[in-house]
Design a protein around this ligand. Sequence first.
Ligand code: PLP
Length: 374
Amino acid sequence: MALTYLDHAASTPMREGAVAAMMPFFSGTYANPSGSHRFAREARRAIDEARDDVADVLGVAPGSVIFTSCGTEADNTVLAGVSGAAVCSAAEHHAVLHPIEERADGVVIGTDATGHIDLDRLADACRTPGVGVVSVMAVNNEVGTITDLGEVAAIVRREAPDAVLHTDAVQAPCWLDLRSIAPLVDAMSFSAHKFGGPKGVGVLTLAPGVAVDPLIVGGGQERERRSGTHNVAGIVGLATALVETDQDRATEQVRLTALRDRLVDAVTGSVDGVVETVPRDRKVAGSAHMCIDGIENEALLYLLDEADVCASAASACASGAMEPSHVLAAMGVDRCLALGALRLTLGHTTTDADVDRAAEVVVDAVRRLRARAS
Ligand code: PLP
């Protein structure tokens, strides 16, 4: 039986166009793009073109685009490279949360019941003198909540006008028009494997005039902002996937909203005690996060895995732990309910058959686990 893959927020399959665009750069145009000969210039041209394409979709100048090795590196660079106190939301990915928690001057702000940063507490934190960087994610990787970055930006510009405002937009490209986010913030992070590009390549954008010390120093690539030989194939694959994602976004939103609703309705309509963690109008179309009463998600994931349904409980990095996720804890979800969290995430390869099969398997697994418990 084919896999039913509903873990797109962890990693989405590569787009065929991205795979094809990368191929010539493995064994054909293999030169180091920093070289001075014509073969190197060919590789450099590919990076320049990719940078232009990425800048166009992100709504920034090409000079603002810095290629990194992943979303984590992009996040870490901003947080390590700006002096002063650092502020973030309690629902951030660990790539933002851990660096801020480790700092003596790190401030972590709570969220409301949907996982959205508490705006009053954000304003209070920004009023403290010496805030250097504020980082608030665009879309939550676990529960899918969309942040109102317009409101966040208005608060940060008013209360801490000198702070760098960063958004971890790693989960945004499939769902949000990135050109509307760029003018609100100073820095954004992206990761190719979340939108049909390869793993191991990301982007950090820095608005003109925003000074961030480099995390990786050496050969001075990326205008001294990120040293290290360019991952040419990865960068080309990232750019191709991003352009295709941008072109397909509007139609995919409609298609996947209908599929997500069908999946969640099928589960909630068949078994009692299933709570949709975040209301549909507050989250992205690809997110079907539920908390299932009386179930331990480890046992549920085991049964789903046995039935060839790929899902997750929390973010991929945290799965396997029996503690409720930090995101659900921040949202104030009851601990017992949080232990029954199930994250199903849809993406560009998701079909009608996938959601129908997943719903059937989830319902069957919940019934079996409850029967076993009683
Ligand atoms: N930020 C968010 C919101 C994510 O979902 C992820 C990946 O799960 C990351 C950062 C880290 O990205 P990468 O896997 O490229 O390091």
